[in-house]
Write a protein that binds this ligand. Structure first.
Ligand code: SF4
Ligand code: SF4
Length: 422
């Protein structure tokens, strides 16, 4: 039986310098680091970066531009953390140091303004995002028709964005269908509610049909991952407080996330909340053990080969990378295979593909080769950032393949496309 989410409790983390000092320089993480594999430079390896960060935290070396370049090139994929025998909390270390460095970083007024507008003025404001989403959809509809867009090259950009769907006004509650099995909360995310309406709607559709009532608290906000990545811990804490309040007292057995970036950020919230966070594939995988209603789900066959891309934070933080395979294998006739090189980041990594385009393109090129070699006609990934980055790369390489969230694929086979209520 589910119980309300109780008020937060949190352990006090060790100071950053003490965390860095826990690295014993064994080097076991090096072969797992995407940037080290590309550059073969110790300063772009986890061990090298930890040594540099320790030097800065102990004020032995300056946080100058050379230092910043090595810190900026890190994808924060946390592959190193996942294999570290000493459990060094690399993610906390890099985010904390980025916050310290950001305060002394030289940026032009224009750069600071642009960054503030993007992160604080648009990306984390649902009302502004709704307007921006509407404007982007109009822009996409005009691409290919408006001559001025063609002349300015804007049509090409518009068609490279994912096809945006109108944003619904989310209901506070979506009732279960058939035999009631439980109640869950759905975390919408901020950017995902514009760019990934389909995944959110598909998740509600599947959960309802399996007997779960879905609560969508209207006052929820951004997960704070963007601010954590930019080293802005106070702002991230404010979003955390907003979300804890939005879900407080709610009688749900799980808080479902559909984007692995958000899920990983929510796992960093106080344990009482974090312990209930589940990726949608993870939750539905566990639903078997609770007598979940798969036998009545009516999943239509799909005789296609589908490759699964495993987002970094799903592997390295959520540790549920096997679950999308289990979900997709419920589709009769589906051949589900892993994408080669799943232990390496695709280069999307939040805003990394914008700030470090060369490394991002090099990592993307490896994924494109892996997709070609797989012979798959569908590429499934559980993170919208990875999906957009991969789709752009594959389209540019002339590869015809659909990039889709596993839950959307499953929902389609359960009649999602024909559902008149969505
Ligand atoms: S595996 Fe852990 S202890 Fe070893 S070098 Fe990497 S971070 Fe340091
Ligand atoms: S987070 Fe990823 S890119 Fe950064 S040091 Fe660790 S493995 Fe390398």
């Amino acid at each position: 039986m589910s119980v309300p989410i109780p008020p937060p409790q949190r352990k006090t983390p060790a100071p950053l310098a003490d965390e860095a000092a826990r690295c014993v320089a064994c080097g076991l993480c090096l072969p797992h680091c995407p940037t080290y594999r590309k550059t073969l430079s110790e300063a772009d390896s986890p061990r090298g970066r930890i040594a540099l960060m320790q030097g800065v935290l102990e004020r032995r070396i300056p946080a100058n531009e050379r230092f910043q370049a090595h810190i900026d090139l890190c994808l924060a994929c946390r592959a190193c953390e996942n294999v570290c025998p000493n459990n060094v909390e690399y993610g906390r270390l890099i985010n904390g140091v980025r916050g310290i460095v950001e305060k002394s970083r030289r940026r032009s007024v224009l750069q600071r303004l642009g960054r503030r507008m993007l992160v604080d003025g648009v990306a984390t404001k649902p009302a502004v995002l709704r307007l921006a989403g509407g404007a982007l959809r109009t822009w996409q509809a005009m691409a290919g028709k408006a001559g001025w867009m063609m002349r300015l090259g804007l049509a090409r950009i518009a068609t490279r964005l994912p096809q945006l769907r109108p944003q619904p006004v989310w209901q506070a509650v979506y009732p279960a269908m058939g035999k009631a099995r439980g109640e869950v909360g759905l975390f919408l995310g901020c950017v995902a509610r514009v760019t990934d309406v389909e995944t959110l709607s598909a998740s509600i559709f599947v959960l309802n049909r399996l007997g779960y009532m879905v609560h969508v608290p209207p006052r929820q906000g951004c997960c704070g991952a963007m601010h954590v990545g930019l080293g802005e811990s106070e702002k991230a804490s404010a979003f955390e407080g907003q979300n804890l309040q939005a879900f407080a007292g709610m009688n749900v057995e799980a808080v479902i996330s559909t984007a692995t970036g958000c899920g990983a950020a929510l796992k960093n919230y106080p344990q009482d909340f974090a312990g209930r966070v589940r990726d949608i594939s993870e939750f539905l995988g566990e639903a078997d053990g609770w007598g979940g209603g798969w036998e009545e789900a009516g999943i239509a066959p799909l005789a296609e080969k589908m490759a699964v891309h495993e987002p970094c934070l799903m592997r390295n933080v959520l540790h549920c990378q096997d679950k999308p395979y289990d979900l997709l294998r419920r589709i009769p006739g589906a051949t589900v295979v892993p994408l080669a090189g799943n232990d390496q980041c695709c280069g999307a990594a939040g805003t990394y593909f914008l700030t470090q385009p060369d490394m991002a393109a090099s990592l993307l090129a490896d994924k494109i080769e892996a997709v070609k070699a797989s012979g798959a006609r569908i590429l499934a990934t559980s993170n919208i950032g990875c999906a957009m980055h991969l789709a752009v790369g594959l389209k540019a390489a002339g590869i015809e393949i659909e990039v889709v969230h596993p839950i959307t694929l499953l929902a389609r086979q359960m009649g999602f496309e024909n559902d008149k209520n969505r």
